[in-house]
Design a binder for this molecule. Structure first.
Ligand SMILES: N[C@@H](CCC(=O)N[C@@H](CS)C(=O)NCC(=O)O)C(=O)O
Length: 218
């Protein structure tokens, strides 16, 4: 098999290419990276010196691809399938990339700040930073509320890379800063994402690891 995804089943950025691979039924092998295990960590650092997951190895083309968005761009270009992850239409493609950046930078990042704070040692937490991250999330929800009110997916009428980014971002953000009743269109969009078989599969595969999620207590 040509493609190998190095990832962790719980890691939100790893869900993006996983969803893309499952959406298109792209065959791939996988390696679970355990950064707490010396051997696994050392092997992964050989592939991705930054130590950040996911990484995609393509033996057929002798390429290693880093960064979740770039992995999806690579798959869209070299291993296309029925779901057009990055549209051929350039203006639509730019809108998709812009939405992908939005979900990574203004949903995933503040969500990770809030999650990461729970993993900090006692006395070294950052309550002000966490409050700023919560403000950022609420601001992002308000923007998404407007955007998805009149459309099915993040950009237009077709599922794209932007929805691969939105899926883990909204799933985990809702755990740390629930949408509540204030953002009904965001909730409906999240529900639509949750019905995609690819996303259902990713969540099922993460089930055994959810006990490690710091907000597992709700
Ligand atoms: N911008 C990167 C972010 C990757 C990232 O932060 N991955 C997390 C897992 S969700 C990670 O590898 N964390 C390990 C660490 O920071 O030590 C991408 O999109 O791939």
């Amino acid at each position: 098999m040509s493609l190998t995804l190095h990832y962790h089943p719980l890691a939100s950025f790893c869900w993006k290419p996983l969803i893309a691979l499952y959406e298109n039924g792209t065959p791939f092998a996988s390696v679970i990276v355990d950064l707490g295990d010396q051997q696994s960590r050392a092997a992964f650092l050989e592939i991705a010196p930054s130590g950040k997951m996911p990484a995609l190895r393509d033996d057929a083309r002798d390429r290693t691809v880093l960064e979740s968005t770039i992995v999806i761009e690579y798959l869209a270009m070299h291993y296309p399938g029925p779901v057009e992850l990055v549209p051929a239409d350039i203006d639509l493609a730019i809108a998709v990339r812009q939405a992908d950046r939005f979900y990574d930078l203004y949903v995933q990042e503040p969500m990770q700040k809030i999650v990461g704070d729970r993993l900090r040692p006692e006395g070294r937490t950052d309550p002000f930073g966490v409050e700023q991250a919560r403000d950022q999330l609420r601001n992002s929800y308000a923007i998404i509320e407007q955007e998805v009110a009149s459309r099915s997916w993040a950009v237009g009428d077709a599922f794209t890379m932007a929805d691969c980014a939105a899926s883990p971002a909204l799933f985990y953000a809702n755990k740390v800063e629930p949408f509540g009743d204030k953002y009904p269109a965001v909730k409906r969009y999240h529900d639509r994402l949750l019905q995609r078989p690819a996303f259902i599969r990713v969540i099922e595969e993460a089930q055994p690891y959810f006990k490690l999620f710091p907000y597992n207590d709700g």
